[in-house]
Design a protein around this ligand. Structure first.
Ligand SMILES: [Zn+2]
Ligand SMILES: [Zn+2]
Ligand SMILES: [Zn+2]
Length: 376
């Protein structure tokens, strides 16, 4: 049985709900988590956070281990740098590892765009997305990013959401041409999220676990209005249709300002379980419609600094990664961890303005949502 099902069995849905705790399995030969160094002036916390997410995502780590051949770019090779740091995560006896080789490869790769340059702070969510796209480049160079079907391409097979969007007029029946696209991170405005949460709670007694996907869908559609394609005068909401079944879904929370006062409300509106079928207007694959993803990781931004929470499946505990520092989250579920944020205790880092990134994973694998929140 999947750990997720055990762990979250009795709810833990949208707002509140922190039940379903189980006793951790007996611990056997578990390598302790390692931190990543970030010396003064390096400003590598954005990369360290993205890297901890990739390493701790069981689906990614296991699949990446099996990849052997790639198109090598020598000293700017992100694939080689990732292989090297992953080997250190697995075999090194050091508790803190340098991420310099990857930092340097990233800077060289994105020199022309002037992104991710040495010593300069950058965005963790975009770094995460770009790392995935570079892995695609190194292992399936022949395929285009927007139509990659390479079976061994982890980014496209496990992370990518293949979507199309379309307007359908409810008044005159006109439809716009479907616009297909692929996204690695599903971005949502925190303002829309909070407004929608208030609206949805107005019409029910209490939050239910199935609310979260619907909340994200409503928040993502809000304000995104288009004119009827045949200009009949109707104003329409865009419809997004998911055509594949990603194993890991990343949700990026976009903050309208650096000093948002919505942090606490956002934390309260985050759910630990996401039904993929609720996230979009329509989901074509049966597997995706049935998929329940659980929150496994979250990258937070606070005080111009990124740090990461991740649920470690082997020890069934939430860990907190702040560059070189690694701590076990004493409370046992992410819900409790979020409550702790609200109390302004140890993890006040989550009560942040600016991009808050979580990650998710699917029930059959591991788990995360957005380079803010990761669901698997
Ligand atoms: Zn290489
Ligand atoms: Zn690909
Ligand atoms: Zn119309």
């Amino acid at each position: 049985m999947s750990w997720k099902r055990n762990y979250f069995a009795s709810g833990g849905g949208a707002v509140g709900g922190v039940q379903g705790l189980v006793t951790p399995r007996t611990m056997t030969s578990i390598a302790p988590s390692k931190g990543l160094s970030n010396e003064p002036g390096q400003n590598s916390c954005f990369l360290n956070s993205a890297l901890q997410v990739l390493w701790h995502l069981d689906i990614f780590r296991r699949s990446f281990r099996q990849l052997t051949t790639h198109k090598c770019m020598e000293d700017s090779c992100i694939f080689c740098a990732l292989k090297s740091i992953f080997a250190q995560f697995q075999f090194s006896s050091e508790r803190v590892l340098p991420s310099d080789a990857l930092r340097s490869a990233l800077a060289k790769t994105f020199q022309d765009e002037q992104r991710f340059q040495l010593g300069i702070m950058d965005d963790a969510a975009e770094c995460f997305e770009n790392l995935l796209m570079r892995i695609h480049f190194h292992i399936s160079a022949e395929s285009r990013e927007d139509i990659c079907t390479a079976k061994h391409c982890i980014p496209h097979q496990k992370f990518a959401m293949t979507l199309f969007e379309q307007c359908v007029c409810t008044s005159c029946g006109a439809t716009s041409d479907p616009l297909p696209f692929i996204q690695m991170v599903h971005y949502i405005s925190t303002t829309s999220l909070c407004n929608q949460a208030v609206k949805m709670l107005e019409c029910r007694d209490k939050p239910t676990p199935d609310m979260f996907g619907e909340l994200l869908r409503n928040a993502s559609n809000m304000g995104d209005l288009r004119n009827c394609p045949s200009n009949c005068g109707e104003v329409l909401r865009i419809r997004r249709v998911l055509m594949n079944s990603p194993e890991i879904v990343s949700i990026g929370l976009v903050w309208d300002s650096d000093h948002s006062d919505l942090a606490e409300d956002v934390i309260h509106s985050l759910g630990t379980c996401l039904r993929l079928g609720d996230l979009f207007y329509r989901v074509t694959e049966e597997k995706a419609r049935q998929a329940e993803l659980y929150l496994v990781g979250m990258v937070c931004y606070y005080g111009k600094h990124y740090s990461t929470f991740f649920f470690q499946t082997k020890i069934r505990k939430w860990m907190y990664f702040d560059d070189a520092h690694v701590k076990e989250v004493k409370r046992r579920s992410f819900g409790e961890c979020m409550l702790q944020c609200r109390e302004g205790a140890l993890y006040c880092t989550v009560s942040a303005a600016s991009p808050l990134v979580p990650v998710g994973a699917e029930t059959t694998g591991t788990v995360p949502y957005d380079t803010s929140v990761l669901y698997v």
